[in-house]
Design a protein around this ligand. Sequence first.
Ligand code: UD1
Ligand code: UDP
Length: 382
Amino acid sequence: MNKITVLSVFGTRPEAIKMAPLVKHLASLPEFESLCCLTGQHREMLDSVMEIFRLKADYDLNIMQARQSLSSITSRTILGMDEVIDRARPDLILVHGDTSTTFAGALSAFYHQVPVGHVEAGLRTWDKYSPFPEEMNRTLVGDIAELHFCPTVNNLRNLEREAVAGEKFVTGNTVIDAMKTTVRSDFVFSVPELNRLDFSGRRVVALTCHRRENYGEPMRNIMEAVRELAASHPEIDVVYPVHLSPVVRECVFGILKDQPNVHLIDPIDVENMHNLMARCYFVMTDSGGLQEEAPALGKPVLVLRRETERPEAVKAGTVKLAGVRKEDVLALAEELLTDRAAYDAMAHAVNPYGDGRACERIARGILWHFGRSSERPADFNA
Ligand code: UD1
Ligand code: UDP
């Protein structure tokens, strides 16, 4: 019987972290030909993930430009995908999440009339400008896709509310699958700045911030809150692997570079990142991925945004929306440092986003869709 050719298309760091285990799982099954196309929307931050998961791209569009615009990412991807789809002749194209790569990859598939499977489907804030442009990307991909792999039941309900057509599965998030291989109690950091930290003697706060809707005043507010927090708590360390976007770096280094207990480092690979989170005291972030990973590690998270499409961990009590005003961010961080009961109430491990078997469910969902299995995978239930 012919193999099902699945072409996974991704281009940024978080997509790679969440798609790598799936590309590898599909490759391990005899029913599939698993191919992977990088758009190269990110470069160094993407290549680092490919190395950690020992994954080789079959195609690489290499589109990244410094200070790239949304139009440039989208148009360069669509143009590049024409030839890739003609050569690979996939039966299914998988895209992930909500980046410009995701949208452009799905649109290219549609232009070639190749069915699309959307991994991490159904996340919504219902505000088209926040997160920008991700909310619109994932909504449009929802309309294009024929297979929707929702991490949670709540994500499935969102698609039902929009009456989105196609086959829907609840699978858990593949990032929890990825963490099975990255988090290790005996892990030794390969980043000198992390090895210099005293995790047992001092409390370490892990910080990341990069979102486009936070550019400008919100990001300045957040960085000023962090500077004040660090200045008034010399007994803590703040570690911030700073995203390579020049817009982010100008803002962050401008405000935080002279604060001695704030450690601004280059992006770190995913193993170092996951193990940093496993050993830190709490997390401050506007990242989507960190909001999913930290709760699984029992670490409180302050979300540096006004809303979140990931309400599950907020409900479970391990994540709080801090917003983007300096005094709000400062107050919540201060509380976590000074109120042990408030800290303990947030610091418990929960797994609303998956049980580490998302890739298996997605593969079985595809087999079922193509009539190669008579059994629909049972939904993930947190
Ligand atoms: C993108 C996604 C966002 C996701 C984030 C993950 C879009 C519109 N945004 O945002 O949803 O949360 O990735 O990190 O798809 N750069 C480098 N090297 C790299 C990566 C980036 O130099 O390895 C620099 C480049 O100058 C690039 C800039 O960062 O132009 C911004 O990258 P871009 O992918 O456009 O936006 P992100 O903020 O990373
Ligand atoms: N991450 C990483 N190195 C870093 C910062 C983040 O490996 O220096 C990982 C993080 O653990 C998560 C993913 O990158 O798996 C999140 O990426 P990002 O925050 O850039 O994007 P988002 O999830 O917000 O789309």
